[in-house]
Design a protein around this ligand. Structure first.
Ligand SMILES: *[C@@H]1O[C@H](CO)[C@@H](O)[C@H](O)[C@H]1NC(C)=O
Ligand SMILES: *[C@@H]1O[C@H](CO)[C@@H](O)[C@H](O)[C@H]1NC(C)=O
Ligand SMILES: *[C@@H]1O[C@H](CO)[C@@H](O)[C@H](O)[C@H]1NC(C)=O
Ligand SMILES: *[C@@H]1O[C@H](CO)[C@@H](O)[C@H](O)[C@H]1NC(C)=O
Ligand SMILES: *[C@@H]1O[C@H](CO)[C@@H](O)[C@H](O)[C@H]1NC(C)=O
Ligand SMILES: *[C@@H]1O[C@H](CO)[C@@H](O)[C@H](O)[C@H]1NC(C)=O
Ligand SMILES: *[C@@H]1O[C@H](CO)[C@@H](O)[C@H](O)[C@H]1NC(C)=O
Ligand SMILES: *[C@@H]1O[C@H](CO)[C@@H](O)[C@H](O)[C@H]1NC(C)=O
Ligand SMILES: *[C@@H]1O[C@H](CO)[C@@H](O)[C@H](O)[C@H]1NC(C)=O
Ligand SMILES: *[C@@H]1O[C@H](CO)[C@@H](O)[C@H](O)[C@H]1NC(C)=O
Ligand SMILES: *[C@@H]1O[C@H](CO)[C@@H](O)[C@H](O)[C@H]1NC(C)=O
Length: 831
């Protein structure tokens, strides 16, 4: 049945030019990516397709006689204590604490006393990054099938309804079908092959020890007759990693593992061969000796656990017992993925185009003209990528979990944290994806322990913890010195920004037990540090408290009272007050100090810096001072009664107008050292917040035209052969799109009315559509339907056991409903 359509296509191909239509089995909804030729081996970032379960991940070109699957293991990093036993997270030594305290005092004075409020460098408090390392790829799985002849009727596709990648082709008289996925419940990836013939030609499986340049040659051996074991080192010295791959078959198959020495060396390069199978599948698992639970002082910050072998072996055994047939593994994977994704659904009224492959759809896509189907697909693809990269022991990094090289751009850092890691998670709560826990574990286990040392040594602050911009999996909490790098290094607010995510998780889920055990300790640790760090402003002498020194992210001036820092800290202090009752904390003194400091601090309502030095021609990539527009609320919900202070009595309109002017002047995301996808998506989300549908749509569609490849990876720089995959625009995109449809920014206090704005920036290209299951802060879920550009219905369901708060629903500036969010109630609004 499945191949009937292919057979018809074969006949057509012989007579006329081939009629193109989506492959058989492709979702009728259009929810997937499909292509009619394999990805080019040298075009990894633009043509290969990703699969992943968070622990391991892979990309594949969709080869035929040979499939070359790039393998990734989430914790495979060079550097850290595995490379250098004295590695200390890029920090000063404890003995330098006194000198640092002096240096800090000198820097602060110099900034306060500088006539223009800036100084030129702070190198003396930065630290050589030492063994910073890079996230590394783990090699390739090579699957070869002994078949020759011309390939016809080729298709490859990624089914986003099931999270399965497929390749289908005909060779000779046989049609082959390979499918690959990474199962989260099994923590394993699987590649399965079958064909229209009853017996498959001979299959060979090898793990390439040659194709992955930069990694020391690993050993590939036969663990048993059907299992390959790869054991290698990411670098010498460096952590050990292991991949175990086991073949299973149906039919009267023979599986043989052949150990073979690489000519001229000791290294082993074993292969598996399969003959006589009707179908075969190879399951692989991977791990390293990295242990996230060994990153504190009790473990000497070693991050070292046991060899991964035993746990990988039992993992693999559990998914390859005789009772775990392929269909069962596959069904469990699809069920798990759909359970994660299905609570939320979006329609933009799109009509799927099932006759144009995804690469052609992308190539034809134009700014402002748009293509609603492509825009919808990118939304789903963003959610797919987060599902495939966030659910491991570590959070999604700069490339999710997908890298090709042993050393990657920006180390594929877990975590440029002055926008990138944050943007990765912007849409997680609202689209109800249960993927954020590893992000919080990562901060608790790798940021907080070493960050407490940094607080002490660098800032002479004995409470709480601090991190800076560039972080990896070994607790790099110091200021990373690279030239005069204050614009990157001087960012002690990275964890403050992350606290938006921590607070939001509680606000959206109302999960009190999680908040008490993990959320609150994170908030408190970061707040304790920053309450000590704020100091009286001796430059303006306006009786406010400011940060000093500060850099607005990636801007050169080293100054005081950066808008971004002040807004973030103000929001954090609000979160402390809002969360105090639920936290179970009885430390009233702490609460009182926080509220009093909050009162006195500069609220950060400035264009980039407190010192007025903004230039209207600064088209910088970052929009740091608009943090309070999105994802924060210090600007979006500006309240003069609590954010005004001596010398300033702006109204909310003043502040929003200033934000708009500033956004216009920052340009469209093509400035110097710019033209990345993420900055366009960031601009789009801000335009949506300002309720400007046309600017929102221009920027969103501009990002798609300019920064997305034919595999829909987002790229920087755009569209060149050396384009680098950066996942942030893929993951920022769903948030930007959603922000045009429904907004519910946070508020300073739970007694302040929570405003849910529907269709704030609906582009004319999306006249009708619906959202089902959007989470709204305050423990609510929202369904929305619109038609002809107007809302049709809104339904808001309030969870059990939530704290009732005042809510209003707004459309086009009019309040269309006003209620108190009493537990277990439903509010419906018709139009
Ligand atoms: C460092 O902190 C200690 C304890 O709070 C304080 O006594 C000392 O004056 C601080 N040093 C400097 C140089 O600020
Ligand atoms: C600020 O003043 C200092 C010293 O007066 C000078 O070196 C520096 O270039 C000035 N910075 C700016 C941004 O004008
Ligand atoms: C090949 O396997 C896939 C996935 O299990 C299945 O859907 C398909 O029917 C199989 N095809 C044949 C010809 O057995
Ligand atoms: C591959 O196929 C060819 C032709 O059918 C055959 O001669 C050869 O023995 C096969 N190789 C293996 C490893 O099965
Ligand atoms: C190991 O074997 C595979 C498959 O036979 C081959 O592609 C690869 O080049 C071999 N590696 C080395 C280093 O010989
Ligand atoms: C591998 O297969 C051979 C031949 O069937 C058998 O003698 C041997 O015991 C098997 N080894 C393992 C480890 O299963
Ligand atoms: C590979 O095997 C050789 C020979 O047994 C051994 O010396 C080497 O340490 C092994 N390499 C790794 C990474 O385990
Ligand atoms: C601010 O106050 C400090 C301490 O009182 C003083 O030294 C400084 O000159 C004042 N700065 C200005 C610009 O007035
Ligand atoms: C504050 O508002 C008042 C009345 O609107 C106005 O007269 C005054 O100039 C404002 N002050 C500042 C500092 O803008
Ligand atoms: C974006 O800005 C650049 C530089 O000003 C301009 O050349 C380009 O046309 C703009 N693109 C769009 C879609 O507005
Ligand atoms: C959107 O922004 C543009 C550019 O600033 C402006 O011309 C237009 O009037 C704005 N539209 C709305 C609805 O505010």
């Amino acid at each position: 049945m499945l191949y009937g359509r292919v057979a018809r296509l074969v006949l057509l191909a012989l007579s006329t030019s081939r009629v193109i239509s989506a492959p058989p089995g492709f979702p009728a909804s259009g929810n997937g990516l499909w292509y009619t030729s394999p990805g080019d081996f040298d075009s990894w970032s633009t043509e290969w397709l990703p699969i992943g379960n968070g622990y391991v991940a892979a990309t594949l070109p969709g080869g035929t006689t040979q499939e070359t699957t790039q393998l990734n293991i989430e914790s495979l990093w060079s550097g850290g204590p595995f490379q250098d036993p004295t590695y200390n997270g890029g920090n000063m030594l404890p003995s330098q604490q006194g000198a640092m305290a002096q240096d800090m005092q000198t820097i602060r004075q110099a900034i306060f006393q500088s006539p223009n409020g800036t100084i030129d460098n702070i190198e003396e408090i930065c630290t050589d990054p030492g063994a910073y390392g890079s996230y590394s790829a783990a090699g390739y799985l090579l699957s070869t099938i002994n078949v020759t002849g011309t390939v016809s009727n080729y298709y490859r596709w990624l089914d986003l309804d099931a999270a399965v990648a497929h390749t289908l082709w005909t060779q000779g008289s046989t049609t082959f079908h390979r499918e690959s996925f990474c199962s989260h419940p099994a923590q394993a990836c699987v590649e399965h092959i079958n064909a229209s013939s009853s017996t498959l030609p001979a299959l060979t499986y090898a793990i390439s020890v040659a194709a992955q340049s930069g990694l020391p040659t690993p050993n590939v051996t036969c663990l048993d007759n059907s299992t390959l074991s790869l054991v290698g080192l990411v670098a010498v010295p460096g952590m050990e990693y292991e991949v175990l791959a086991r073949v299973r078959t149906a039919g009267n198959a023979k599986v043989v593992c052949t150990p073979s020495a690489v000519p001229g060396g000791q290294t082993l390069n074993a292969t598996l061969t399969v003959t006589g199978a009707s179908e075969a599948w190879i399951l692989w698992v991977g791990g390293t000796e990295y242990d996230i639970d060994a990153g504190d002082s009790a473990h000497g910050f070693t991050f070292r656990g046991p060899s991964p072998h035993d746990s990988l072996f039992s993992l693999l055994s559990s998914v390859t017992t005789s009772s775990t047939e392929y269909s069962a593994i596959s069904a469990a994977h699809v069920a798990d993925y759909q359970a994660l994704m299905s609570p939320f659904e979006l329609s933009l009224g799109q009509t799927p185009d099932l006759s144009t492959p995804t690469d052609q759809l992308k190539a034809a896509y134009e700014t402002n003209v748009g293509n609603t189907y492509v825009e919808w697909l990118l939304f789903n693809f963003g959610r797919y990528m987060l599902s495939g990269s966030a659910r491991g022991a570590l959070p999604a990094n700069l490339q999710g979990k997908w890298v090709q090289l042993s050393s990657n751009p920006w180390s594929a850092g877990e975590h440029d944290s002055n926008i990138n890691i944050q943007m990765n998670y912007w849409f997680a709560e609202m689209t109800n994806m249960d993927v954020v826990t590893p992000l919080f574990d990562y901060m608790e286990k790798t940021w907080a322990p070493r960050g407490a040392e940094t607080a002490q040594i660098l800032y002479n602050i004995s409470q709480g913890w601090v991190t800076h911009d560039e972080l990896q999996i070994f607790g790099h909490t110091g200021m990373k010195l690279e030239g005069n790098s204050a614009q990157w290094a001087d960012y002690p607010e990275s964890a403050v920004w992350m606290m938006i995510h921590v607070w939001d998780h509680f606000d959206y889920t109302n999960d009190v037990s999680w908040f008490r055990s993990q959320g609150w300790p994170l908030l408190k640790g970061v707040a304790q540090f920053h309450m000590q760090k704020l100091i009286p402003d001796l430059h303006f002498n306006d009786s406010t408290l400011v940060v000093n020194p500060c850099n607005s992210p990636e801007q050169i001036p080293i100054t005081l009272g950066c808008a971004h820092s002040q807004q973030l800290i103000w929001q954090l202090f609000n979160a402390i007050e809002k969360g105090f009752d639920a936290s179970g904390d009885t430390d009233q003194t702490f609460l009182q100090e926080i509220t009093s400091l909050r009162e006195q601090m500069d609220k950060g309502i400035h264009i980039e810096w407190k010192v007025d030095m903004d230039s209207p021609t600064d088209t910088h990539r970052h929009l740091s001072h608009l943090i309070g527009l999105y994802p924060g609320y210090a600007v979006a919900r500006f309240d003069p009664s609590i954010q005004g202070y001596s010398g300033h009595n702006y109204t909310r309109d003043d502040v929003l107008n200033a934000a708009e002017i500033s956004l216009i002047h920052r340009g469209n995301g093509t400035g110097p050292d710019a033209d990345a996808g993420w900055e366009k998506v960031w601009r789009a989300v801000c335009w949506a917040q300002l309720g400007n549908a046309s600017e929102f749509y221009t920027e969103l569609s501009y990002a798609i035209e300019r920064n997305y490849a034919s595999n829909l990876f987002s790229l920087y720089p755009p569209l060149g052969p050396d384009a680098i995959f950066q996942i942030d625009a893929n993951l920022g995109y769903p948030a930007a799109l959603l922000n045009a449809l429904v907004q519910a920014p946070d508020v300073a206090s739970t007694s302040t009315t929570l405003t849910i704005t529907i269709l704030p920036a609906l582009p004319t290209n999306w006249p009708s559509g619906s959202i089902t299951g959007a989470r709204i802060r305050g423990g609510m879920t929202l369904d929305l339907e619109w038609e002809a550009g107007e809302p049709k219905s809104v339904t808001i369901r309030v969870d059990q056991n939530v704290q009732a708060r005042p809510v209003q629903v707004v459309h086009r500036g009019q309040v269309v409903a006003s209620f108190s969010s009493t537990s277990s109630t439903t509010k419906s609004v018709g139009f």
